[in-house]
Each structure stands twice: as structure tokens, then as C-alpha cells.
Design a protein. Structure first.
Length: 313
């Protein structure tokens, strides 16, 4: 296994609740009120839809509001990874990834482990440069038991809801999360930040029409069937955990370019990489007037750009 390369679940396609559109010469995210399932092929006009998208769209009257899924792993944190992330907009390279306590940051001397105070308390992370960023891998259909579709989000509502649901479902199923019949659901809400307009976020529940008790019975039977056939779920979880830990950053530079367009759209005069090169610590204890002025200008521009982009769940 190549060291330094994160080994992530094989991806067959993407799940999104928004898209990137071009406005005034800039590529900006635009929210949507439905799911879209795409392949991994992106053309000039956008991502090519996966055949599953058309099938689900027909079955639901034109708009996909729910997707039947299963999970790959019993451990919630393997199915859904959420971190604070900072990307370089020009190269798409992940520069800093943290969990609110510690972070891994790419610097002139390599990758360093530093304190992570979260974006609100970090001069380099304010104004939308660094965001909570989650990735959920799910299985759709029975064609490929180990192939997954990935849903990415920087929305607090989706991240908070998915993290809570997965923890709860693992607990009540007796650690049979990978055997539960589940579905992704699109939910809407209005917030003060959305100015009364609905924003949409993703939830994960047992499938529609299936009572929780029945879903738990189905999970137990499937787990017994898999064990009888020699399917080793514990070994699969352990292997996935080692694969994620094999690299400092989960997202590659190639993936990062598309991720930046869709989830980190704030333009700036200085790139995050340039800002990072001026700082040797995650939370500087003191800075000179010149550095403070540069950071203040950078944060003001990013805050204004974030307000123009609008909320995405």
C-alpha cells in the first residue's frame, strides 16, 4: 500500500442537492430542492446524470426527494466523515484539515500537527475560507456491494443530522448499521440566515413504509445471513479504517478542484496557500500590524463573497 495515499471507498457516482452555475463570469453554487445522482464524468455543461437518476425520477414524479440506500460499514464515522477543511482555490489542494482540537496543515516544511480552534476562532479560517465539510458514502441498488455513491456537504444542518442519525441507528440496531434498510431524505426548513426562504438538507432514516421494529428484524436476519456466508463485516470496517488513516488528507488534488467550485466558492486576492505561508502556527499568539491588516482585508472579502453565494445545506 502506498504510504501517504488515503484509501477511500470505491465511488460509482455523486449525490447532490445543488449545482454550480456561472454568473457574471464566476462559478457559484446554486441550491436545489431535489436530489441529483450523477456519474463521475463532468463535461463543460456539468456532471452527466447516472442511469439511476432517471429511474428514481420517473418513480417519484419528476423530482427525487428520497433515495433507498444501504451503508458499507457498521461504524458511523467510516460512512460519514466530517472535518473542518481549508482548500487552496487555485490548485484544489487540501491545505488544512481539523476536528476542532487538532489539525493537519500543509506547510513549507511538510505536514504539521497543530491546534485547531475551529474556523470562528482561527484567523485563517474566518469568512468562509475554512468550513465544516462532510462526505457520506452509501450503496444504491444491488449491482455492486462495495461500490458507493458519495454525498458531499458543507451545510451544518446536513452534517449535524447525518452524524446524529448514524450514531442513533448504530446504537439501536446492535451495531448492525450496514444491514439496515435506509433511505436518504430531503428536508426543508427556514432559518434567519435564509431570510425566510427554505433551505434543504439531507437526513437518513429507515425506508418509507417500514416500521423501525421491522427494519431492526431485517437487519438482524441479514447480519445472520452474511455471517453464515462468510461475510466478515468487522474485518471490512477495520480495513476501511486503515485505508482512511493511510493519508493525511482524504481528498486528492484532482477531486479538490471540483470540490472548491461547488463548496468553497469564496474568491480572494490572496489564496489560502499564500496566507498559510505567512503563518507558522494555527493560532498566532501575536501578529504585527501588517499581517493583521492583510488578514482583515482577506476576511472581509471572503465574508462578502459568502453572503452573495447564499446558504447551501
Amino acid at each position: 500500500m502506498l504510504k501517504g495515499l488515503a484509501i477511500t471507498p470505491p465511488v460509482l457516482g455523486r449525490i447532490s442537492i445543488g449545482k454550480v452555475v456561472e454568473k457574471n463570469g464566476k462559478r457559484l453554487p446554486e441550491k436545489d430542492d431535489q436530489f441529483t445522482i450523477t456519474s463521475q464524468v463532468q463535461l463543460r455543461d456539468g456532471w452527466i446524470n447516472h442511469p439511476l437518476d432517471e429511474a428514481l425520477r420517473k418513480a417519484q414524479g419528476g423530482k427525487i426527494r428520497s433515495i433507498p440506500v444501504r451503508l458499507l460499514f457498521n461504524a458511523p464515522e467510516l460512512n460519514f466523515r466530517a472535518e473542518y477543511c481549508l482548500f487552496d482555490r487555485q490548485s484544489g489542494r487540501p491545505l488544512c484539515v481539523g476536528n476542532g482540537e487538532t489539525c493537519k496543515r500543509r506547510g513549507q516544511e511538510g505536514i504539521e500537527s497543530l491546534p485547531c480552534p475551529s474556523p470562528d476562532a482561527c484567523p485563517l479560517g474566518k469568512g468562509g475560507a475554512c468550513k465544516p465539510y462532510g462526505r457520506l458514502n452509501v450503496v444504491i441498488g444491488d449491482e455492486d456491494a462495495l461500490g458507493s455513491f458519495v454525498f458531499r456537504t458543507t451545510g451544518f444542518n446536513s452534517i449535524r443530522t447525518l452524524a446524529a442519525r448514524l450514531q442513533y441507528l448504530q446504537a439501536i440496531s446492535g451495531n448492525r448499521l450496514a444491514c439496515l434498510p435506509l433511505e436518504l431524505r430531503l428536508r426543508g426548513k427556514s432559518t434567519r440566515q435564509s431570510h425566510g426562504s427554505p433551505i434543504f438538507y439531507v437526513d437518513i432514516t429507515v425506508r418509507s413504509g417500514v416500521a423501525m421494529e421491522l427494519a431492526l428484524q431485517q437487519a438482524r436476519k441479514l447480519d445472520e445471513l452474511r455471517q453464515a456466508s462468510g461475510f466478515d463485516q468487522a474485518a471490512l470496517d477495520a480495513t476501511a479504517r486503515l485505508g482512511f488513516a493511510n493519508g493525511a488528507f482524504e481528498d486528492s488534488e484532482d477531486e479538490g478542484s471540483a470540490i472548491v467550485d461547488e463548496f468553497f466558492p469564496e474568491p480572494s486576492t490572496d489564496t489560502p496557500a499564500q496566507a498559510l505561508s505567512q503563518s507558522k502556527h494555527s493560532v498566532p499568539s501575536s501578529t504585527n500590524d501588517s499581517t493583521c491588516a492583510q488578514l482583515s482585508s482577506l476576511l472581509k472579502e471572503r465574508t462578502e463573497a459568502l453572503g452573495r453565494a447564499g446558504p447551501l445545506a
